[in-house]
Design a protein around this ligand. Structure first.
Ligand code: AN7
Length: 365
């Protein structure tokens, strides 16, 4: 059976018979109900768990298309700058395509799991003494002159592939959600989702569009501030980006959908990170928890209640009044950043190797 997002959504993607489909069976990720958050917020909340893609993040949706098109166009190597997940994905898909991958990363600012992935897939990993924004400028310069395919989200095929997540959400719900919450770093993903929703509406697959709710980390919030941040800082290393490539796309998604882009503090990100793990049983990397942190902030301010009261009823096909829904995009798996998980919890207690000692800890004796 054909698999992966290109095969699944061919009609919506810029591929033809000559495009070799380089796939790891990405996409088709679960939309998991979040009972704890739903009760807390008073609206049905769903989690789009993109951490279950083959390399553990949403990047695979765009990478399958970017690498397929690079091969179609005759490239023998791909290159990207990355805060980690793009490099892991590029490295894996390059293996699949039997081409070379080069990844340029900010030294010491990549979560351990992501670095391990790029290395084990034999990417040429080059760490620079600079941040992601500097790395992106370098690979942009290089690809202007040398035959390496740029597979950052400046590559339009990345956005095309990533928009398939919006299709999946609509296919699963039978409509677009009322709200979609998403972390924003380089801003490719929010741009991609909005494109996807608009295309599904144009094709008559959905009637309404969601409000797009984007969240940046407080210390790396250029779009919220309205100007680039020179030295972005956040524990959510994936979104430690000061000058997003798709800045305009993010603003367009926000404005056209009458949504918002706000910032969340590292403390709020970590609280949401722990809440997802402890209350919903879903383990994500810190950047992914930004979407949930943002939704919790909005809920505390009464944002969803006010909107519910002022929202037009809309045309109802059934008898039931339409219930609002929030979909939070969980962009990457928790195992990407094991250091953060271990720092966030108490270390396990070490006892003697006998039944009594263990029972004593369980407090059965
Ligand atoms: C888990 O890997 O930019 O706003 O180089 O890894 O589309 O950039 C990663 C971004 C959110 C932000 N969540 O998405 C990279 C990189 C996770 C991420 C984002 C990233 P964009």
């Amino acid at each position: 059976m054909p698999s992966g997002v290109i095969n699944h959504y061919k009609d919506f993607l810029p591929v033809n018979e000559k495009t070799p489909i380089i796939t790891l069976d990405e996409g088709d990720t679960p939309l998991i109900p979040a009972p704890y958050l739903s009760r807390f917020i008073g609206i049905d909340v769903f989690l789009k768990y993109e951490g279950l893609n083959p390399t553990g993040s949403f990047k695979d949706r765009g990478m399958t298309l970017a690498v397929s098109k690079a091969v179609e166009d005759g490239y023998k190597a791909v290159i990207c700058a990355s805060t980690g997940n793009t490099s892991a994905s590029a490295a894996a898909y390059a293996v699949r395509a039997k081409i070379k991958s080069v990844v340029v990363i900010p030294e010491g600012a990549i979560a351990l799991g992501k670095l391990a992935q790029a290395l084990i897939h034999n990417a040429q990993v080059i760490a620079i003494k600079g941040n992601f924004d500097a790395a992106l400028n370098i690979v942009k310069e290089i690809t202007k002159k040398y035959p390496l395919a740029l597979v950052n989200s400046l590559n339009p095929y990345r956005i095309e592939g990533q928009k398939t997540a919006a299709f999946e959400i609509c296919d699963a719900l039978g409509r677009a959600p009322t709200y979609q919450a998403i972390p924003v770093g380089n801003a490719g993903n929010i741009t991609a989702y909005w494109k996807g929703y608009k295309e599904y509406k144009a094709k008559g697959k959905i009637k309404d569009l969601p409000r797009m709710l984007g969240f940046q980390a407080e210390g790396a919030a250029p779009i919220v501030k309205g100007y680039p941040v020179k030295d972005p800082k956040t524990i959510a290393t994936a979104i430690r980006i000061g000058n997003p490539a798709s800045w305009k796309g993010a603003e367009q998604a926000r404005d056209e959908s009458r949504g918002l882009i706000e910032s969340v503090s590292d403390e709020q990100i970590l609280a949401a990170y722990k809440l997802l793990a402890e209350k919903e049983g879903v383990f994500v990397e810190p950047a992914s928890a930004a979407s949930v942190a943002g939704v919790i902030n909005l809920s505390k301010r009464g944002y969803f209640k006010r909107k519910a009261q002022s929202a037009p009823k809309g045309k109802l096909t059934g008898q039931a009044k339409r219930k609002a829904q929030i979909v939070c995009i969980l962009t990457g798996h928790g195992l990407k950043d094991p250091d953060r998980a271990i720092q966030s919890i108490e270390k396990p207690k070490v006892v003697k190797a006998n039944v009594e000692a263990v029972l004593k800890e369980i407090k059965f004796s």
